[in-house]
Ligand binder design. Structure first.
Ligand SMILES: Nc1nc2c(ncn2[C@@H]2O[C@H](COP(=O)(O)OP(=O)(O)O)[C@@H](O)[C@H]2O)c(=O)[nH]1
Ligand SMILES: Nc1ncnc2c1ncn2[C@@H]1O[C@H](COP(=O)(O)OP(=O)(O)O)[C@@H](O)[C@H]1O
Length: 190
């Protein structure tokens, strides 16, 4: 049995990673989603173990010390990290797994999994990006400004990715990512 594909989906805050990932998972039910650990507080409606594993800073530090994270990063004042064992086990079972993570973490994953597929979700424009973060209504003004300045730095790291997908329309973005996954399965690996 061949190993599954490790797919990393990154992109600036508010571009629609969560929305696209949810849509993609319902279109491709066999795609496994990696649930991250975070020290961020849950937003309204977020469920522990579904959206994230919500941890205290102490618990998160313990996960780092015990080498339980494949990668982790600090992002706008909170820690986020990918539980390692779940990723390894899923790939070993021949299943594809998608990690929805920010760019610093994605670059660390690339060092460990050079065969991973790195997809960057692009906003149609920076104005549209700001509208989406504001429209979501989950962040205060200072956090929005901070996330926007981080977004510009993140977009500058696009060169490290294999694919750029514009999230102009959710279904179109999903179709493009599905096409990438299909093509990667057909690829002759040397
Ligand atoms: N490096 C890393 N980034 C993560 C992880 N999980 C989530 N992120 C990223 O952390 C950033 C902030 O996530 P979040 O607070 O949920 O906000 P949102 O994704 O912008 O709605 C996003 O870019 C996520 O993709 C992880 O395990 N590792
Ligand atoms: N293609 C799209 N067109 C319009 N709005 C979108 C699109 N994709 C996502 N959104 C909206 O943008 C906001 C941010 O999306 P979200 O998935 O939370 O982003 P991220 O996970 O990248 O931070 C949400 O309100 C979402 O409904």
């Amino acid at each position: 049995m061949s190993r599954g594909l490790l797919i990393v989906l990154s992109g600036p805050s508010g571009v629609g990673k969560g929305t696209v990932c949810t849509a993609l998972r319902s279109r491709v039910p066999e795609l496994v989603y990696s649930v991250s650990a975070t020290t961020r507080s849950p937003r309204l409606g977020e469920v522990n173990g579904v959206n994230y594993f919500f941890k205290t800073r102490e618990q998160f530090m313990e996960m780092i010390e015990n080498d339980q994270l494949l990668e982790y990063a600090e992002y706008v004042g909170n820690y986020y990290g990918t539980p390692r064992d779940f990723v390894e086990e899923t790939l070993a079972q021949g299943k594809d797994i998608i990690l929805e993570i920010e760019v610093q973490g994605a670059l660390k994953v690339k060092e460990k999994f050079p065969d991973g597929i790195f997809v960057f979700l692009m906003p149609p424009s920076l104005e549209e990006l700001k509208d989406r973060i504001q429209g979501r209504g989950t962040e205060n003004q200072a956090t929005i400004e901070h996330r926007m300045s981080v977004a510009v730095d993140e977009i500058n790291l696009l060169q490290h990715y294999d694919y750029a997908v514009v999230n102009d329309e959710i279904n179109l973005a999903c179709e493009r990512i599905e096409a990438i996954i299909i093509a990667e399965h057909c690829k002759v690996r040397k």
